[in-house]
Design a protein around this ligand. Structure first.
Ligand code: BEZ
Length: 256
């Protein structure tokens, strides 16, 4: 999902620690309002759980993801899916809609993503998505960055969580009409503790340490967050913030 840094996704551990990601994707599917027969690109399709749902609604689906492991999992569901970096999309004027759930924050070159989506859409096509917006998981980011800093390490964030006005500006600069865009705080219940979340998603941070020291780092971060994020029932609730948008390719300039 990133240029230069290759995340290794394990579909089994993803299913165990991150199934909630697709489970919580229904509001953005509703915003997309997919119609039977529409040709739709699922940008960052992961293991294809939502792609399959859209296929079952009668859409013609193509999924792309930069992770070969996830694309294998998507193909095993019978989906049309291919390995492709969202920052280097190679489609032209062929989709009624591009849909994306919970991945655009991994593709830090937002301008390239938006340019590729513009090229992929037919005139009048919709780009509908949701991803981490400004302030997303900031409590966890602060805790892990501070644990690394106390070890003398500074690691660049693997994610970019923009403000709505920043993302709107990028969409409009490429020619999109932004029908709606907003930031939605969505405190999110994890399937386990925050350690599972860190092991699934924060490899860029944890891998700054030798393998033998990573367990200690994760334990320290879990303890530093317990009081803030873990409730009396032992449930871990993380401060997710969604950036949800609906944009339309308003014209099809043959010169583009
Ligand atoms: C998110 O969906 O907001 C997210 C997922 C993994 C890492 C960071 C953010």
């Amino acid at each position: 999902m990133l240029k230069n840094f290759r995340m290794h996704w394990n579909p089994d551990s993803y299913a165990e620690n991150a199934r909630f990601v697709s489970d919580l994707g229904m509001p953005v599917v509703e915003l997309l309002s997919p119609q039977p027969g529409e040709r739709i690109l699922d940008l960052g399709c992961g293991d294809g759980a939502l792609t399959k749902g859209l296929l079952e609604l009668g859409c013609e689906m193509i999924g792309v993801d930069s992770s070969p492991e996830m694309i294998e999992a998507a193909k095993s569901l019978g989906l049309n899916a291919q390995v492709m970096d969202g920052q280097e999309l190679r489609f032209s004027d062929e989709f009624d809609a591009v849909f994306s759930n919970a991945v655009l924050h991994w593709m830090k070159d937002h301008e390239s993503v938006i340019a590729g989506v513009w090229n992929a859409l037919k005139g009048g096509g919709r780009f509908v998505g949701e991803f981490g917006g400004y302030g997303n998981v900031s409590t966890v980011v602060l805790a892990i960055e501070s644990a690394l800093s106390s070890r003398g390490l500074e690691v660049a964030s693997p994610w970019l969580f923009p403000r709505p006005e920043e993302y709107q500006e990028l969409l409009e600069s490429r020619g999109f009409l932004v029908d709606s865009i907003s930031l939605l705080p969505r405190p999110t219940l994890l399937p386990g503790d925050v350690g599972g979340w860190l092991r699934t998603f924060a490899h860029r941070y944890t891998s700054a340490l030798p393998e033998t020291e990573r367990g200690g780092l994760v334990s320290e971060v879990i303890e530093s967050l317990r009081e803030t994020l873990c409730d009396d029932n032992g449930d871990w609730i993380v401060d997710y913030v969604r950036l949800r948008f609906f944009a339309t390719k308003i014209y099809n300039n043959a010169d583009d």
